[in-house]
Design a protein around this ligand. Structure first.
Ligand SMILES: Cc1ncc(COP(=O)(O)O)c(C=O)c1O
Length: 443
């Protein structure tokens, strides 16, 4: 591909003119946990696509299920009065899959941003059905990432995804995230920090007026915002506060559902049951754009006992419950039962973490190492005392060398994020560490 051809393509999260100087790395094939670019260079994909390819690239049963579904029924709508077999069957399977999270019903989407938008809308509607018409506000965490729809951007906790699109949705407020390395309290004890952030949530609910707040949304482990792992007490405290004030708890598990943290869901990792859960990505192993917002008992009861038009769902997508996507998800869930995915994510995550800790001991520029299971991050700084973020140029050079050494990682700001497929083995982990070692040496 030439630079000229690439100019036609405005890529997500990219300045359109950046391709003038440098066309994107063009990925042409993938096998197992490796990807191959147009120059024939093979790299271990320590990103798992974009957190989503949890079973790797060679999962035949999912590919076959997609091909068969495409052949049998390439599309039909799920709007009012019709549905497809695959979508119905999958909702039953998902109801069982998420029963330990207290989630019973499924609303299908085409991806993570759609799942978040769905949860936000259902949360507002839930309160309207109950006569709490003023409860429209949302509270979320700074550093949280909830996709790029206007709803998701409005609850997003990173200015980069907000500033150029303002004004955003009214009634959205953010509190500090339990991020030990940098927080407004200068608190380094994770448990105390969790308490301070929970206090902030309660304070914000009271400040807004509890009767105006519809929901609090959080990722059980913050992903794109820099893999921030709250103390185990945080989400249970949040649940308790939400209950006390009649606020719904939405878990955005677009990344954390399906095993990435070492538990099947992030909510389960923290022993918390949310009222709504956003899922996507791993649900179809990234092979088909698909998502599901799962709905908990309280919300289900409110909608299903309603008898007027307030309970009618005026929301949905052309591709909600796409029969090919549903087939991909059914095959993915079946496949997930045949491998010990969370166990492997936990074991390989510990190995990866030990290697990253070692890198921190070796390189002063590694300011912080964080993560759980197979979502890990190195935060790179130019000065460990001042914690000044490393320059973009040097971050790019870490990326380049690591890529040339055979490992694809994600550089986001001054973070190097790793979210490999959950099926990686110990040799793969060793390769990630040695390539990063070379990458860090290079600066
Ligand atoms: C937690 C979370 N929510 C929502 C989204 C948005 O998902 P999508 O990009 O599929 O719209 C993402 C994407 O990374 C995410 O990590």
């Amino acid at each position: 591909m030439t630079t000229q051809q690439a100019l036609n393509y405005w890529q997500p999260m990219t300045h359109p003119v950046s391709t003038r100087d440098k066309p994107p790395i063009t990925i042409v094939a993938a096998e197992g946990v490796e990807i191959t670019d147009a120059q024939g260079h093979r790299t271990l994909d320590a990103l798992g696509g974009l957190w989503n390819v949890i079973l790797g690239y060679s999962c035949q049963p999912i590919k076959i299920a997609i091909a068969e579904a495409l052949d049998r029924l390439p599309y039909y709508s799920s709007f009012t009065g019709v549905a497809t077999e695959n979508a119905i069957e999958l909702s039953h399977v998902l109801g069982q899959w998420f029963s330990d999270d207290g989630l019973l019903r499924t609303f299908y989407t085409s991806g993570g941003s759609d799942s978040v938008e769905t949860a936000l809308r259902l949360a507002r509607q839930f309160h309207k059905i109950r006569g709490d018409k003023d409860r429209y506000k949302f509270i979320s965490l700074k550093k949280g990432y909830h996709g790029t729809h206007f709803g998701g951007a409005s609850i997003n906790g990173n200015a980069k995804f907000r500033r150029n699109y303002e004004p955003l949705l009214a009634g959205c407020y953010q509190i500090a995230a339990p991020y030990e390395y940098r927080n407004p309290f200068n608190e380094t004890d994770p448990e105390k920090l969790a308490q301070l952030c929970a206090n902030m949530l309660e304070d914000e609910i009271n400040f807004q007026g509890a009767d105006t707040v519809a929901a609090f949304i959080m990722e059980p482990v913050l992903g794109a915002g820099g893999v921030i792992v709250p103390h185990s007490s945080f989400m249970p405290m949040v649940r308790e506060i939400c209950d006390r004030y009649g606020v719904l708890l939405i878990a955005d598990e677009v990344i954390t559902a399906f095993g990435r943290t070492g538990a099947w869901t992030g909510s389960r990792l923290w022993n918390t049951q949310p009222d709504l859960m956003c899922t996507a990505k791993g649900i179809s192993n990234g092979y088909f754009p698909f998502g599901a917002t799962m709905i908990g008992e309280k919300v289900v009861d409110t909608f299903e006992t309603n008898t007027n038009s307030l309970g009618e769902i005026g929301h949905g997508y052309t591709y909600s419950g796409h029969p090919v996507g549903a087939a991909a998800a059914l095959a993915t869930l079946k496949q997930l039962q045949t491998v010990n995915l969370p166990e492997n994510a936990a074991a390989r995550g510990s190995q990866l973490r030990a290697g990253l800790d070692q890198l921190q001991e070796t390189y002063e520029c590694v300011g912080n190492v964080r993560g759980v299971g197979l979502m890990q991050v190195l935060e790179i700084v130019s000065n460990s005392e001042s914690k000044m973020p490393m320059s973009k140029t040097l971050m790019n050079s870490i990326f380049e060398t690591t890529y040339q050494e055979g490992v694809m990682v994600r550089v986001s700001g001054n973070n190097i994020i790793m979210s490999p497929p959950l099926v990686i083995d110990s040799d793969h982990v060793a390769k990630i560490i040695s390539a990063l070692d070379r990458g860090l040496q290079a600066i």
